[in-house]
Design a protein around this ligand. Structure first.
Ligand code: 8IG
Length: 279
């Protein structure tokens, strides 16, 4: 079975990432007993507990059992995916407890593998969540903000070859309207994906603001591009876990990120659960 092993290694240039996604979706079907999933949910920093409110977990799979997935590299992220009943709608959510970040150096194919797998598993929409820095000083740690658009500063792309994809309305106006119906106090902002893993300097945060950004983070944009390419509707929600560097006088810490997530879990959980049920 050496052939299969090679094909499932996304860092091997000979691999076909879409074939690996098909293989992953097949394992998900076997292990969950669900012929299809409907909505995928990626839980970022601070969103771990929020996922629990979406519905009953019907199956939990270790990422390491699924082709192309690696175990979690960040503390506070869980290295599993779950099949969750969406309330009593009869539909299923595929909930990723963690994501692969670009800064891990496993390549862009690994970063977007969960998205391609979700599409192969039948999903028609994905909710991308993240923890990020906020550029608006009014956004206290623990404030969820809808992503209206993004600026990709990674200088990477998940698309290969002459794959021209239109990104107008990448962050679905329809799904944003649903989220704002659920919580009319939700602000929107432009998310700027930096490569990381270092946080920005205050000068880089000023640059992001000059470019039109409102939120700074290390994920989401590459996944959103891959999602559009495979036809998924995208909703992005950031949890502002800290003021971006230079916005507040305090230095940034990962502990602050985890605390803000725990404090906001209830609000974010109810938001996510209600929005996912209405997708
Ligand atoms: I949580 O302030 C979290 N992730 N780039 N900047 C960047 N990523 C983040 C930040 C932040 N906070």
């Amino acid at each position: 079975m050496t052939d299969t092993a090679a094909v499932h290694d996304l860092t091997d240039p000979a691999a076909d990432p879409f074939a690996v996604a098909e293989a992953a979706a097949e394992v998900i079907r076997e292990r969950t007993g669900a012929a299809r999933h409907d909505v995928a949910l990626v839980l970022g920093s601070g969103w771990g507990q929020a996922g629990d409110l979406v519905g009953e977990t019907l199956a939990t799979i270790d990422n390491t059992d699924v082709p192309g997935f690696a175990k979690a590299a960040v503390e506070g992220h869980s290295g599993t995916m779950r099949s969750v009943a969406i309330g009593d709608t009869g539909r299923r959510a595929l909930v990723y407890g963690t994501r692969t970040h670009f800064y891990e150096g496993r390549g862009v194919r690994s970063v977007v593998h969960g998205i391609r797998t979700a599409a192969a598993a039948g999903c028609s929409a994905v909710v991308l969540t993240n923890g990020c820095g906020g550029l608006d000083p009014e956004w206290m740690p623990g404030t969820p903000v809808l992503i209206s658009d993004h600026i990709n500063l990674t200088s990477a792309t998940p698309l290969e070859g002459a794959t021209f994809v239109d990104l107008t309305d990448l962050y679905s106006p329809r799904l944003r309207a649903v989220a704002q119906e659920v919580d009319p106090t939700l602000d929107e902002g432009v998310y700027v994906q930096f490569r990381g893993p270092q946080y920005e300097t205050p000068a880089e945060v000023r640059m992001a603001r000059t470019l039109g950004g409102d939120l700074v983070g290390m994920s989401t944009a590459l996944e959103a591009v891959a999602a559009r390419h495979v036809g998924l509707e995208v909703l992005g929600i950031s949890l502002v876990t800290n003021a971006a560097a230079g916005i507040s006088p305090n230095p940034l810490s990962h502990e602050e990120v985890l605390e803000a997530g725990a404090a906001a879990a209830d609000r974010c959980g109810r938001l996510l659960a209600t929005v996912v049920a209405r997708i």
